[in-house]
Design a protein around this ligand. Structure first.
Ligand SMILES: Nc1ncnc2c1ncn2[C@@H]1O[C@H](COP(=O)(O)OP(=O)(O)O)[C@@H](O)[C@H]1O
Ligand SMILES: [Mg+2]
Length: 229
């Protein structure tokens, strides 16, 4: 056992309540999660169980109603909006079900973007982005726009974009949800390979077959975690 592993996520008593005008909806109900460096964790639950809400909280895209959240040592709930933007850019790589690529930009430009936001100069960003796209087998698709790529290829572009800045955490929300079974398998193999290289990954899914391939599975139902079904 390696005792020098960093704690990447330490979230305690996370509650998220949506006010919908006439009622309060408790979508996350006392979630506790710890993720260590080099974990490969699936969060598995049915539609409506609170997975995306949890991803938004863990990804610092949304704040919980209450709780504590430390991400790679940073107290997220004490951070100001500009600090949160920096945390999102430097500490997290996001992969979404619908890829969320910018349609007018080429594959290469999409992958360069997180680096440009960081202030890395264009020539260097281009080289790093190319390298990541090559790694994901898209070296011959650099100038293609998203609509000129298959779903599986678009998801690989989005994975390249997620890892391009070497963030300590990869967060993927239903990354195989829009893929055919072959492309899903490919995407899962990519995540497993990235994890072997040291990446810390959380995959949120409703698909048992996807979850089973991760090193650890936690179950979510009605906004609460279960160790087992
Ligand atoms: N912005 C919101 N306002 C009110 N209710 C929401 C909002 N976002 C999600 N919900 C509700 O929270 C519950 C969990 O949603 P979500 O986190 O998207 O679940 P999942 O990703 O597991 O399908 C659902 O009942 C959904 O309708
Ligand atoms: Mg969802």
């Amino acid at each position: 056992m390696d005792n020098n592993l960093r704690c990447i996520i330490d979230a305690k008593n996370i509650v998220k309540i949506y006010e919908t005008g006439y009622e309060e909806l408790k979508v996350l109900d006392d979630i506790n999660i710890k993720v260590m460096e080099n974990d490969l964790t699936a969060i598995l639950g049915p539609s409506g169980s609170g997975k995306s809400t949890l991803m938004n909280v863990l990804g610092c895209l949304d704040l919980p109603t209450s709780g504590q959240y430390f991400l790679d040592g940073v107290d997220v709930l004490k951070a100001k909006e500009d600090q949160l933007a920096e945390i999102r850019n430097k500490k997290i790589g996001f992969v979404f079900q619908k890829f969320n690529l910018l349609p007018r930009l080429s594959a290469l430009q999409n992958v360069m973007l997180p680096l440009l936001y960081r202030g890395i100069d264009e020539a260097e960003a281009r080289e790093i982005a190319k390298e990541k796209l090559n790694l994901l087998g898209l070296g011959d698709r650099l100038t293609h726009r998203p609509n000129e790529l298959s779903g599986g290829q678009q998801q690989r572009v989005s994975i390249a974009r997620a890892i391009v800045g070497n963030p300590p955490l990869l967060l993927a929300d239903e990354p195989t949800g829009n893929l055919d079974s072959k492309s899903s398998m490919d995407a899962i193999e990519i995540f497993k390979e990235l994890n072997k290289e040291g990446n810390t990954i959380i995959i949120i899914t409703h698909d048992t077959e996807v979850a089973e391939q991760m090193k650890k599975v936690v179950f979510i139902r009605d906004g609460q975690f279960f160790e087992n079904n």
